[in-house]
Design a protein around this ligand. Structure first.
Ligand code: OAD
Length: 277
């Protein structure tokens, strides 16, 4: 299906037409920034902060690399202590994804984020693929025993490396997030074949810098419109740009509000109601 216009108006019309029944989302750290969680690659993002501050790290990316973590988990936990200590609320964009599900338009939300805010916004587990795992559970890197959430939080927030609670082990405990050097969850691979069903792909708040996640964009049918929402222009060149791609340069929360307004009816009202909880 061709969009009547390659902009938000065209996208809203398409969704309203009833021909768009399966929307897929690909989300990244940008959608959680308004919740107070920094992204990775923007100026002021995590990698810049680490480059400037963490003398222990040879390269900022090492913080999320398994081999480095096993040698020295301290920098990872120093960064994580803030996340574990804080309470974060879903953003308007998270609530928009939930609204799509409520309106039976969401097929799958693929996210690279480990903050679990999609779930907190009410997106169902079976509609959610957390491609890089999540911070909501953790295991020992030596014996794979689980550590309970309270013990985990207590250790991380007080600046300690969480250690395995199993007698005699004392291995480092790692949240079930995917580090560089680790396999992606099987749910990621199992869901890829279903992307042929996509009527619309919304790529939001991601630099698309990390494969294999970025390559999902190429899995939707050639006639499926792809909308990229980002505060800066993001190139789909690496995954294969298409003539029909729609680029919306702007803040994701403002953009989804605008889309809800264009949808008309009670979309915006319902969006705000979901967001305000
Ligand atoms: P990045 O930090 O690479 O990209 C975030 C993108 O969001 C940037 O392109 C920003 O321009 C955009 N952005 C920021 N604020 C926004 C806003 N309010 N509205 C719209 N866009 C906004 O984060 P990801 O693409 O998620 O992996 O990074 C992918 C992976 O790289 C992460 O999952 C992590 C990291 O290394 C692992 O740790 C395995």
């Amino acid at each position: 299906p061709e969009l009547q216009s390659k902009d938000l108006e065209g996208v809203a019309q398409y969704i309203a037409s009833g021909k768009c029944k399966n929307i897929f989302i690909m989300a990244g750290a940008g959608i959680s920034r308004a919740a107070g969680i920094p992204d990775f690659r923007s100026p002021g993002g995590l990698y810049e902060t680490l480059r400037k501050s963490d003398v222990e790290l040879p390269r900022p990316l090492d913080i999320f690399t398994l081999s480095y973590f096993k040698k020295n988990p301290k920098p990872f936990y120093r960064v994580m202590s803030e996340l574990y200590g804080g309470t974060y609320r879903p953003t308007l964009t998270h609530s928009f994804i939930r609204l799509l599900e409520e309106r039976r338009l969401l097929n799958t939300c693929w996210t690279q984020n480990v903050d679990d805010l999609e779930r907190l916004a009410g997106v169902s587990s079976w509609r959610l693929v957390q491609a890089h795992g999540s911070l909501d559970s953790q295991h020992c890197t030596t014996c794979h025993a689980k550590l309970d959430d309270r013990a985990m939080k207590q250790a991380v927030v007080s600046g300690e490396v969480p250690l395995c609670a199993k007698p005699g082990c004392k291995g480092f405990v790692k949240p079930d997030v995917v580090m560089f050097g680790e396999a992606l969850p099987s749910k990621f691979w199992l869901n890829i074949p279903f992307m042929w069903r996509a009527d619309l792909l919304i790529i939001v708040g991601t630099s698309l810098a990390v494969p294999p996640f970025s390559q999902l964009a190429d899995r939707v049918p050639v006639n499926c419109p792809r909308v990229v929402i980002n505060t800066e222009p993001v190139s789909l060149w690496a995954v294969g740009a298409r003539e029909s791609d729609v680029k919306v340069v702007g803040d994701c929360d403002e953009t989804v509000r605008r889309l809800a307004q264009l949808m008309g009816g009670d979309w915006e009202e319902r969006l705000d109601a979901l967001w305000q909880g």
